[in-house]
Design a binder for this molecule. Structure first.
Ligand code: ADP
Ligand code: MG
Length: 393
């Protein structure tokens, strides 16, 4: 179901109105300073649009995982200098949403306020209607631009959208729904997915959802080892999930030729002994050695397959990319996506670590999802509560 967007609202619905905007300002902090402002910058198109249209902007977000009430370490006040700099405008801080209505009414047209961390109030994670009413009183309309929080039914993402209308998608949310939706809806073939990372268990629902839709599913990361074990191959001391071997067998049996596994691996006795690393074929992993990356033969194979793709989705690194030289497979897949994009493929990257792995390459990919867990749940075919609560277009 297509959702109503901020773009669909007429000027009079915005001019002078208080727009309550749920953003994802869950940024990393060190000693009270923002170390990566990607998420702040990602919200700028929505905030700027609202200010240009004369709206008064009231921002709402969570930050970290505070336990049991206010905790200065997780105060959103810390991000105000960054936000003011990015906006080139002052940002008023509302420490207590229950006492914040007057401050929102005092905002001038184009003025901006930021409400304290939503998770300082226990009702947030319980989707408490009372807290949602408190939030709703801070706005005349609701905009959700926090796709990364949409998989949770919280007071600031779900209950508030049921109370405050219009309730529409911001531009970042809209973009996520468009590109991820296209993968499930009608991807241009050949559709190739690359899945890696640590475990099958965390990705099984994505695998099940994507298998019928893709032409090929390329597997990498430690996840591949569980499949190799399911084929009866020796995997040494690699990270495997013994309790998922039966599942891997079932997937191999039912997926036809769609499931593509590494032909070889880069192995080492341990991560610490990376200097002893060497390449072996997938059926030549000795006992006592562990797989830490795909080998160059697999890199070339995956690259050739990806270059034939017209739609590509990638989640999960091909190896322990945090520890060179085991980043080579992941970097090769990233480059293959960029090159497939140059040949006209739609390239989408989602996840946590996979997004980190393509840092700096965003402009050469069609879409890099900021959604983390929400992107995966979306691709599992689940309805995200924060999206469901928005008005249909
Ligand atoms: P994402 O966050 O992109 O969804 P995951 O969290 O599923 O990805 O997996 C990322 C982690 O998987 C990384 O920390 C990486 O080191 C680890 N990993 C990848 N390949 C291997 C491997 N062969 N052995 C052990 N860990 C691996
Ligand atoms: Mg991860």
């Amino acid at each position: 179901m297509k959702k109503r967007s901020l773009r669909d609202l007429p000027p009079q619905a915005l001019d002078g109105k208080r727009a309550l905007v749920r953003v994802d300002f869950n940024v990393p902090l060190k000693n009270g300073k923002v170390t990566d402002d990607t998420r702040l910058r990602a919200s700028l198109p929505t905030i700027k649009y609202l200010r240009d249209k004369g709206a008064r902007v009231v921002l709402l977000s969570h930050l970290g995982r505070p336990k049991g009430g206010p905790d200065p370490q997780y105060s959103l006040k810390q991000i105000i200098p960054n936000l003011e700099k990015l906006l080139g405008a002052p940002v008023e801080f509302i420490a207590d949403p229950a006492a914040g209505v007057a401050a929102t009414r005092r905002l001038t047209r184009g003025g901006v306020a930021l409400v304290e961390n939503t998770r300082f109030w226990s009702g947030e994670e319980k989707n408490d209607p009372e807290l949602a009413r408190t939030f709703a009183a801070l706005g005349d309309l609701y905009v959700n631009d926090a796709f990364g929080s949409a998989h949770r039914a919280h007071a600031s993402t779900e209950a508030v959208a049921r109370l405050l209308k219009p309730a529409v998608a911001g531009f970042l949310m809209e973009q996520e729904l468009q590109f991820l939706g296209q993968l499930l809806g009608n991807p241009k073939p050949p559709f190739i997915a690359v899945l890696g990372g640590a475990k099958i268990s965390g990705k099984i629902d994505v695998i099940r959802s994507l298998l019928p839709r893709v032409d090929e599913l390329l597997i990498g990361g430690a996840m591949a080892c569980t499949f190799l074990a399911a084929m009866g191959l020796e995997v040494g001391s690699s990270l495997v999930e013994p309790d998922r071997i039966a599942l891997a067998k079932e997937l191999l049996a039912t997926s036809g030729k769609k499931l593509i596994l590494p032909r070889g691996a880069v192995i080492a006795p341990s991560l610490e002994r990376a200097n002893e690393s060497k390449s072996v074929p997938a059926d030549g992993i000795p006992a006592g050695w562990a797989v830490f990356d795909i080998d160059t033969t697999t890199q070339h194979d995956y690259r050739a397959r990806l270059l034939r793709g017209k739609t590509i989705f990638w989640n999960g690194p091909m190896g322990v990319f945090e520890t060179p030289p085991f980043d080579a497979g992941t970097r090769a897949v990233a480059t293959a996506l960029v090159d497939a994009g140059k040949k006209g493929a739609v390239t989408v990257v989602g996840g946590g670590d996979s997004v980190a792995a393509v840092a700096g390459m965003e402009d050469r990919l069609t879409h890099v999802s900021t959604g983390g867990g929400a992107s995966l749940e979306f691709l599992e075919g689940k309805e995200l509560p924060g999206v469901a609560a928005l008005e249909n277009a």
